[in-house]
Ligand binder design. Sequence first.
Ligand SMILES: Cc1cc2nc3c(=O)[nH]c(=O)nc-3n(C[C@H](O)[C@H](O)[C@H](O)COP(=O)(O)OP(=O)(O)OC[C@H]3O[C@@H](n4cnc5c(N)ncnc54)[C@H](O)[C@@H]3O)c2cc1C
Length: 340
Amino acid sequence: MNVDYLIIGGGISGRLLQMELMDRGYSTLVYDKWNENQSTRVAAGLVNPVVGKYFTVGWRSDQYFPSLANYYQRLETRLKSSFFSSRPMKRIIANAGEQNRWLSKAHLDKYNNFCSFSHDQIPGLNTSFGILNIYLAGEMDTKAFLKACNTMLPTESDSFDYSKLDTDQKKYQNFSYDKIVFCEGYEAVKNPYLNDYVKIIPTKGEIIEIRAKGIPEDTIYLGPVFIQFMGDDLWRVGATYEQNQTSLEPTTAMKEELESRLRKLINVPYELVNHYCGIRPASPDRKPILGMHPAIDSMYFVNGMGSKAISMAPLLVQEMTDYMEQGIPLPTEVDIKRFC
Ligand SMILES: Cc1cc2nc3c(=O)[nH]c(=O)nc-3n(C[C@H](O)[C@H](O)[C@H](O)COP(=O)(O)OP(=O)(O)OC[C@H]3O[C@@H](n4cnc5c(N)ncnc54)[C@H](O)[C@@H]3O)c2cc1C
């Protein structure tokens, strides 16, 4: 069988790329092995344009966010599924220091489209220092997204063996291809074609799920942790960050850290019901890694999405397709050439 594009990895990077290519008329096949801890499967799926201690409007947020809800609605129609919701997000200001930090920046024009401050009280949460209401936020049910992709898109549910790839003949087992794109998430640490140039940094994240009542359920809350309503009094709470960690076991230390941070945010009792982890694919300079192999012109990479794949990948896979098919240069910040 011959395909235009053989894609290795069926997380959000590989799947969004696959659909972009199919939309432009190319034949594709995704190789993906089941992985319970797959980053996309474990992800909270949040999209948030204002991040971090210093209220940073994230890199390229003005390009990523305004079209995001429309983009995912179109995919929902295409995949006959429902997995993306625009949802209010409220960042709970933790203390007077954080409030001052916000007030010193609040006048800046860059925040106009993304957030505003208010003094609302929210039952169940410690809101005495105010709230930053974040617009253009939302969440993806990543399991529903993956399930729809696995059902609707050309897929080979198998492990890809690098030693069986013939890059001269452009063949892998029974398949011949025009181009091959590696999108293996953190498991690209095993990819011999990538590792000479750049090393993906596996960044472990742990999440707990709790049962709690008395907190309004229509909003995602951010504080020392995020809390995200999942139905039936269940809330997802996360997440931790540990670089160069590839153990797929959640740990007591991280559970305790999450619970300690959670108790600063909420003031209602809760019951712990679940605890799990996944590994994010981060890059050395915290920007995605896209582009062509320096010596093999039929080979490409899409990786390094870190903790923001849901918001960044839609635009990046469009730019990647423009690059592969029309030779339009990638933004220099994401081009793998910066490491080669
Ligand atoms: C705890 C946690 C919370 C997160 N929360 C968010 C969030 O709220 N918002 C957000 O935007 N991002 C979040 N992320 C990050 C997000 O999950 C990742 O950026 C994103 O999932 C990366 O997608 P990917 O497709 O590049 O990689 P992955 O999702 O890891 O997919 C790679 C796929 O390739 C497959 N694969 C690898 N090697 C092979 C091989 N040899 N053969 C066949 N298949 C192979 C794997 O099995 C896997 O299915 C979170 C991550 C974690 C861990």
